[in-house]
Design a protein around this ligand. Structure first.
Ligand code: XIL
Length: 343
C-alpha cells in the first residue's frame, strides 16, 4: 500500500517540495512524491522574497516548474504563501530612501504581488495560504510590518485581492501553535470577523510542527473541532515530528529542562535508540488516528518534506543538528511507522 491510497476517500495527503525535488534532480524523493502523495506545496519557492526579490522583478522559474510538476502528476497544488512577515523581501516595506512606506503604498504593493502571483496560476494552483502566521500564541495580532503599517485589515485585503485574482481558488489562513488555547481563540475571532465582513475564507491550516510531548493532542483536537465549527475546511499543514529538545522546552520532556546547548546539541547522531523510536512511532500513530477520527472535517494532511536529510528541522530552532522528523529516512526508505499508518 501507499499513503495516497490509504487516505483516498478521507483526506488528501501532501508533502512540501524543495528545489532538488521540483527540478527532479533528487530522483529518489521525486519518485516518492509521485507514488505516495496526492498533494504538494512548495517549501520555499513561492514565498514573496523568492517570487519578487526586487520591486516589479518577478522570478517565476522554479514556481512554474513546481506547478507543472503538480499538473503533470495530478497533484492538488497549494500555493505557500502570499502574505507572511518572514521571507518577505525587505524592499516591500521601504521606499528608495529606506523610509517606511505609507499604508496606501503597502496596500498597493500587496495588491500587485497577489494579483500577479495568483493571476499567473489562475485555474492551476488550487488553493492558497493567503496569510501565514499573523496571530501570536496569546491571540493578539503579530506586530509585523503589515500590521504596523496597514492595521489588522491587511488580512481582509489580502483575501480580497486573492479572490479577485482567482475567484475559483480556495483561500486559507495558516499558522503554528494552533493547539494553544489563546491562539485558537484569536484565530477564531479573526476568521469570524472575516466571515461577518463577507470575505471569502475557505479553510484554516494548522501547522503540525510537533514534538514528542508537545502539543497536547487533546488541545490539538479541540482546535480541529473549533475551527471546523466555523464551517471552514481544516487542514493539518507542515507536519513533522522532532525528537530533539528545544531551547524553550517545547518538548515538555525531562531532557528539555535546563536546556544545555552544548550537551543536547545532537543527542542521537547515529540514529534513534529504541525507546525514542517507539515514542516517535506512537506519536505519529496517535496523530494519524486523530486525523482519521476527524476525516469528515480535515481536507488535507501535508508533511513538511519527504525524507529526514532535507528537513528544515535539522536547522531549526538550532542549526547543525541531526533530526528524524519525517516519514522517510536518510536512505529515502519508508520508516517502520509508515507500515502501521497505511494499515
Ligand atoms: C521553512 C522552510 O522549511 C525552510 O527551508 C526555510 O529556511 C524557512 O522556512 N512555517 C512556515 C514555513 O510556514 O514556510 C516554514 O518553512 C516553516 C515554518
Amino acid at each position: 500500500g501507499v499513503l495516497k491510497e490509504t487516505f483516498k476517500d478521507k483526506f488528501a495527503i501532501g508533502t512540501a517540495m524543495n528545489t532538488w525535488q521540483i527540478t527532479g534532480r533528487d530522483t529518489a524523493a521525486t519518485r516518492i512524491i509521485k507514488d505516495q502523495f496526492n498533494a504538494i506545496v512548495a517549501e520555499n519557492c513561492m514565498k514573496s522574497g523568492r517570487l519578487q526579490p526586487e520591486e516589479g522583478k518577478f522570478t517565476f522559474e522554479l514556481a512554474d516548474q513546481f506547478v507543472d510538476f503538480g499538473e503533470q502528476n495530478n497533484k492538488l497544488i497549494n500555493g505557500h504563501t502570499l502574505i507572511w512577515h518572514s521571507q518577505a523581501p525587505p524592499w516591500f516595506f521601504t521606499d528608495e530612501e529606506g523610509k517606511e512606506v505609507s499604508r496606501e503604498v503597502l496596500i498597493a504593493r500587496m495588491k500587485k504581488h497577489i494579483h500577479t502571483v495568483v493571476g499567473r496560476y489562475k485555474g492551476r494552483v488550487d488553493t492558497w495560504d493567503v496569510v501565514n502566521e499573523a496571530i501570536l500564541d496569546d491571540g493578539s495580532y503579530r506586530e509585523s510590518k503589515f500590521h504596523q503599517i496597514i492595521g489588522e485589515d491587511f488580512i481582509k485585503l489580502a483575501f480580497q485581492f486573492a479572490h479577485e485574482a482567482d475567484p475559483e481558488a480556495k483561500l486559507y489562513y495558516n499558522d503554528y501553535s494552533m493547539a494553544e488555547p489563546g491562539k485558537r481563540e484569536g484565530v477564531m475571532r479573526m476568521v469570524k470577523k472575516l466571515q461577518n465582513e463577507g470575505v471569502k475564507i475557505d479553510g484554516i491550516g494548522m501547522q503540525g510542527h510537533i514534538g514528542l510531548h508537545h502539543p497536547e493532542i487533546g488541545e490539538f483536537e479541540k482546535s480541529i473541532e473549533a475551527f471546523a465549527g466555523l464551517g471552514v475546511e481544516v487542514m493539518v499543514t507542515e507536519l513533522d515530528l522532532t525528537v530533539l529538545p528545544s531551547p524553550w522546552g517545547d518538548q515538555g520532556a525531562e531532557v528539555s529542562k535546563n536546556f544545555d546547548y552544548e550537551d543536547k546539541m545532537n543527542p542521537f547522531p547515529d540514529g534513534l535508540p529504541d525507546e525514542v523510536m517507539d515514542a516517535f512511532n506512537a506519536r505519529y500513530l496517535e496523530f494519524f488516528g486523530l486525523f482519521l477520527k476527524y476525516q469528515d472535517k480535515i481536507s488535507r494532511v501535508t508533511l513538511w518534506g519527504v525524507a529526514d536529510q532535507h528537513s528544515w528541522r535539522n536547522g531549526w530552532p538550532i542549526r547543525g543538528r541531526t533530526d528524524y522528523p519525517l516519514l522517510f529516512d536518510r536512505e529515502n526508505k519508508p520508516k517502520e511507522v509508515v507500515s502501521d499508518i497505511i494499515k
